[in-house]
Design a protein around this ligand. Sequence first.
Ligand code: ADP
Ligand code: MG
Length: 659
Amino acid sequence: LDQVAGGTPAAEKLTPAEIAAQEERHRARTIREQRESLPAFEYREEFLRVMEQNQVVVLVGETGSGKTTQIPQFLHEAGYTRRGRIGCTQPRRVAAMSVAKRVSEEMGTRLGQEVGYSIRFEDCTSDRTVIKYMTDGMLLREFMTEPDLKSYSVMIIDEAHERTLHTDILFGLVKDIARYRPDLKLVIMSATMDADKFSRFFDDALIFKMHGRRFPVDIYYTKSPEADYLDACVVTTLQIHLTQGRGDILVFLTGQEEIETVQENLQKRMKALGPKAPELIICPIYANLPSDMQNKIFEPTPAGSRKVVLATNIAETSITIDGIVFVIDPGFSKLNSYNPRTGMSSLLVTPCSRAMVNQRAGRAGRVGPGKCFRLYTRWSYEHELEENTVPEIQRTNLGNVVLLLKSLGIDDLVNFDFLDPPTPETLIRALEQVRASPVPSRHLHFPLAQLIVTICAMLSVNSSVFYAPKDRKSESENARLALTRPHGDHMTLLNVWNSWVETNYSVQWCFENFIQYRSMNHARDVRDQLLKLLERVEIKLVSNEEDDIAIRKAITAGFFYHAAQKNISGKDFRTSKSNQTVLIHPSSTLHKTPVEWVVYHELMLTSREFMRQVTEIDPTWLVEVAPHYYSGSDITGSETSGKGFHGEKRHKSSGSALR
Ligand code: ADP
Ligand code: MG
């Protein structure tokens, strides 16, 4: 190629096809060199030998050593795909997509052909696919249609150390299958050293360790705690950019909102610095980022500029970005936590464990000596951080897990082979909830099914339906008011859906009404999927005219255990039975409406305990739809019952829908 550029006589004779062929050879050579430089490469033969001799192997290797991208290729090259596919699970959809793309490039194939991925609502595979990356949730779904995983010759459970709920359940399932499918090979891959535990669980499976190259990382702490860690991230990034030598920066934040805030502030500050400051390329990466923008983070940084990657903990171990020399770590991540006593789920910004922050620091030492700036004190690191993160299964509402396992035909939860069993309290609570959930058929008015399915689909994207840009606050507020319906969020969501359908799924309409088009599309997918499921269980879908009370009663029938009544003070609410003090979330349409009784979709603990997605109800419905749970005395204390219940007066058709 250099010769071509230099215009030597030989080069002038090259046809475009020959130039393309040369470029391809060059590309293949670069990729081969990159692959061969990874630590995994040195272990290739030994690993393949071990795979021949063992059915289950626990593979431990530092992040970036080539586990996810190389191991499936080694197995493919060694012929394992002659008898079936190689599957490789990832906890995160972004990782599944990005790794599949990389591996298809390395193999010189088109994404979706030999190498593909499968994530919810997107199956990018074909009949020819031999290496399939997928989210752990998708593999769980596959168990429903293929309980013995017979199309696979190798199943790789990757990122085992993350201990996501889905991965934890997969452990139990694949262990069981491996017993009666001796031809199925299992690889459990982990970036950390807790391999002994995995090995013991898989009947003392062999542990294979790959040692990576790692350069020293200097750790810096703040002298006192940071009051505003987002601002501290911005300041530290700029300090590094303006004073330190070459190398890109990786900043760990907790979610999209934080990432956008930091991005905005960095852009402003860089602008203020003027054109003399070297270029700073800002690359966000989080789960919902469109995939074309995800690719940007892997592009090499041009000489003279610096890249700063603003990432969620996806960059901790799931994806590796080359060239990172500086890590900025505020020490937080967003974790879902569930309190079985109160039935409350909360997505909380939580301090990381020491294991996590050590992983984060390690990201600075891949290409050379690095630096990690921790935005907390050394004392805090030593005394306040937990050693390890609690596995998700021990901090989640298991109701959904119970339903999922039941759909796989597993009823005996107590004897399910969990790596770490959930606490008995959580299990019992989950079983109770599931037993309460299936609505007795006399309460389910089938003609409502389609409307309820729509509401469910909208609830699944609810938090991101409305869009309120800072600079157009009042306009977006007005648009939202115009779409609001009485009695709360469920009816409002239904109205948003119906209005959108009337416009024939218009992008323009979404744009004009400050509705997120992407969320609506997502809801459409969820809705289609739910409708298909209902078809399978042969529920006939007819919608009669929209009877507001009937719909709200149906919602009450499903969520009767999430009821709350206004306190005498009139300021806050008290949940029935569990007696929690809660508020209506400011995002709810009922936030400023005087209502006495509500059911809510979920509780969120942020600055206060909030009910999200709230619908106004008549408390007598509770006794009507859940007589096993509520009696008259539960609702007679109410100041409202019998009095002018707002809504009931206007809709006299009450009670006609449920028989
Ligand atoms: P591990 O799973 O052990 O953490 P990976 O197999 O994910 O390691 O990554 C190995 C190397 O492959 C990375 O260091 C990086 O150089 C390269 N790589 C991975 N994904 C991409 C990508 N999407 N684009 C470019 N390079 C990538
Ligand atoms: Mg990996």
